[in-house]
Design a protein around this ligand. Sequence first.
Ligand code: TYD
Length: 212
Amino acid sequence: MFITLEGPDGSGKTTQIRLLYDALVAAECDVLLTREPGGTAIGDQIRTVLHDIENSDIVPETEILLYSASRAQLVGQVIRPALAAGTIVLCDRYADSTMAYQGYGRGLNLEALTAITDFATGGLKPDLTLFLDLEPEIGLTRRKTSGQEWNRMDRQTLDFYRLTRRGYHTLAEMEPERWVSIDASGSITEVAAAVWATVQRRLNLQGQSPCG
Ligand code: TYD
């Protein structure tokens, strides 16, 4: 089972995926937590280039190829072997971020992005994508007050984040069986409960619960 978390910046993905990981470990599941961009030694080097505020002159095509290179490494080195071993894989962002940010946000050609993504991932898609939905204004305020790293992607305009969010909604509408949308405006505990209920339901459906 391959589960991804998606959502705008500041939607709490990183907190929620950690809580989900802890809940799965407590349920004795064999689970692996990773993230994009990064998740491998090579991917983390690519992440540094992507996040460097000095690199404001990255052209959109370079940006997509770097995200995709990081993803190809992660899929080949980490995700596919883990799935083959029966491990549940949790990933903080995946290819849908490329469609939402570079496609709908930056306006790059969606067919080209799909082809690049298929090449990078060998067509590997998540079984379940949890979308933490939040108004971009709230997400940005959270980001600014969180004390987390402030990176190149945090410097986009509000319009960019609005387009990205709308893109996520379009992606979710296109594949309703894969996507579950969760209101991320609630407290950490409320959102975590909704995430856990969704994942438990899916695991039960797949006959994998209880784990172990
Ligand atoms: P990160 O610090 O991981 O932020 P978050 O906690 O919000 O995930 O930064 C990742 C940034 O990279 C985020 O702004 C989204 C962006 N991104 C893309 O634009 N395209 C992609 O394909 C991926 C994976 C991320």
